[in-house]
Design a protein around this ligand. Structure first.
Ligand code: NSP
Length: 228
């Protein structure tokens, strides 16, 4: 049995919670408050900067050129295609690129990206692949589900998001993630597979927290800034 089949079988109910989150549901229905989406876009842009660093670390840790090429492709795709969507939305919202890059991460964004990067820095290459799998695959599944809703792809504000995450190119990049994880998990001992499962479960739960953070526009309890 492939490792990804095993985790989907075991953790299906936690996995599906992301698809059912009100942020996702309302985005698909076109009823999501645009302020929530604007907040999400900024936080997600910051998230993707760190997510890209994860792929760069994957290229450094890759055991061979084939795996290194997959990480290089994922890095390229994220920075040039996925993040281009966010830059386009930012300009629609009147947010400059400078403002985007200088925005501060929320506590949940910070916890999520730091967790992923800690696994990437300290863990094996298989652990690193387990840390980004839930991110890519859940967006692909959600994108495809929302694309089936009549009018979702044509929605004036959310249509581009739905089109992006249900596109063939995004599907191909998600498939790279899945194949890579299965390849790297092959032949591992049970104790190592359980460690990969734990990482998958944690990142799946972080995905839920990220939707929730955006839905409630959660920042820090005080808005104090670093003082000069
Ligand atoms: C939080 C999050 N997770 C996953 C993805 C899809 N790369 C994303 N854009 N943002």
């Amino acid at each position: 049995m492939k490792f990804t089949d095993r985790i989907f079988e075991k953790y299906q109910s936690t996995w599906r919670k992301n698809h059912e989150h009100p942020f996702v549901k309302e985005l698909g229905a076109g009823t999501l408050d645009s302020n929530k989406f604007r907040f999400y876009m900024i936080q997600d842009y910051l998230y993707l900067i760190d997510y890209s660093k994860l792929f760069a670390l994957g290229a450094v840790k890759a055991p061979n050129l084939e795996v290194m090429t997959v990480f290089a492709n994922l890095l390229y795709y994220t920075m040039n295609h996925e993040m281009a969507l966010h830059r386009k939305y930012a300009s629609r919202f009147g947010i400059t690129e400078k403002e985007l890059e200088e925005a501060k991460p929320s506590p949940v964004s910070l916890a999520y990206t730091h967790y992923m990067l800690a696994v990437a820095q300290n863990g094996s290459i298989a652990e690193l692949a387990a840390a980004h799998f839930a991110c890519a695959w859940s967006y692909w599944e959600i994108g495809c589900e929302l694309a089936k809703i009549p009018g979702a792809k044509e929605h004036e504000l959310y249509g581009d998001w739905v089109k992006m995450y249900s596109s063939e190119e995004f599907g191909q990049s998600a498939q790279w993630n899945l194949d890579l994880l299965n390849q790297l998990a092959e032949g591992k001992q049970e104790s190592e597979l359980l460690r990969l499962e734990e990482i998958f479960l944690n990142t799946t739960r972080f995905e839920y927290m990220f939707w929730d953070m955006a839905y409630h526009q959660q920042m820090w309890p005080t808005d104090e800034k670093v003082q000069l």
